[in-house]
Design a protein around this ligand. Structure first.
Ligand SMILES: Nc1ncnc2c1ncn2[C@@H]1O[C@H](COP(=O)(O)OP(=O)(O)OP(=O)(O)O)[C@@H](O)[C@H]1O
Length: 264
């Protein structure tokens, strides 16, 4: 069912969302929207609920209250079969990359195509090559995940997340554990997805330089008040937000960057 009250420019709309585990509340009354073809940041200190929110957005954790609308459709109110169809619009890259260690890289990327399409083996092989080329891993198809570096594993996970041509991509800490050059390559790939393919990207990250470089908008979550305390692009929050928690986050990160540069 389409909700005509949602702005047609919004790919994702969250309203009055309350999340928790048992009696423990993690986020309450959370509302925000994500425009089509934008990169949106979920920011905040450790333990404020960014990953929990991401789980609810991708269909892994039902909210206690509120709605998550994808293209105007209330995901959590939809029947299970419809949720699966809506989920086909998603591509998810978790922190660990979550590749199957007993399969080659190519087999990992082929898996969603085998599970969710009726394409034959030849067509799947062509698509797998295309996705691996896009992430700069054209030659890595026959390799096992254990043979790849951390950055290559992340990119292989991205190739798999892209297998079904998702319209919305969700990334949980894509740059965690990567060196600055590999991290920059991943940022460039994310921008290529937005600008080249028109994808919408929702990203959880602590890496402020990366957030400043690629995000158009975002929210800042707070563990104390258990909701969003600021809305806006990471650069806007850095330059104009007066909230002490946001300031402390931005300034601590800036200090870390300065001391890193000094130690190099
Ligand atoms: N399955 C669970 N059961 C109970 N509590 C949980 C569960 N998963 C997460 N939590 C709690 O929810 C809170 C938010 O955790 P979450 O991982 O979403 O935060 P985060 O902002 O992503 O943190 P970080 O930046 O450190 O990864 C934490 O207090 C965590 O202990």
């Amino acid at each position: 069912m389409t909700d005509h009250t949602q702005d047609p420019e919004d790919r994702l709309g969250v309203s009055g969302l309350c999340l928790g585990f048992g009696s423990k509340i993690i986020q309450r009354d959370l509302s925000f929207s994500v425009k089509r073809g934008s990169v949106f940041a979920l920011m905040g200190g450790s333990g404020c609920g960014k990953s929990t929110l991401l789980k609810s957005l991708v269909g892994l954790l039902a909210p206690k209250a509120g709605t998550v609308r994808i293209d105007g459709e209330d995901y959590w109110a939809a029947p299970a079969a419809r949720q699966t169809e809506i989920g086909r619009k998603f591509g998810v890259l978790f922190q660990s990359s979550a590749l199957w260690s007993s399969m080659t890289v190519a087999e990992n990327v082929a898996l969603p195509l085998q599970m969710f399409t009726t394409l034959d083996a030849k067509a799947i092989a062509i698509l797998v090559d295309l996705k691996l080329s896009f992430v700069g891993l054209a030659a890595a198809g026959p390799k096992m995940p254990a043979e790849l570096s951390g950055g290559m594993r992340k990119r292989a996970g991205l190739a798999r997340a892209l297998a079904l041509d998702p319209q919305i991509l969700f990334f949980d800490e894509p740059s965690a554990g990567l060196d600055p050059i590999t991290s920059k390559r991943l940022d460039d790939l994310i921008l290529e997805l937005r600008d080249g393919l028109g994808a919408t990207v929702v990203i959880v990250s602590h890496e402020l330089p990366s957030l400043f470089a690629i995000c158009d908008d975002g929210i800042f979550l707070d563990a104390e008040t258990k909701t969003a305390i600021a809305h806006g692009a990471p650069t806007t929050l850095r330059d104009t937000c007066d909230h002490p928690t946001v300031r402390a986050f931005m300034e601590r990160a800036a200090q870390t960057q300065t001391s890193l540069r000094r130690s190099q």
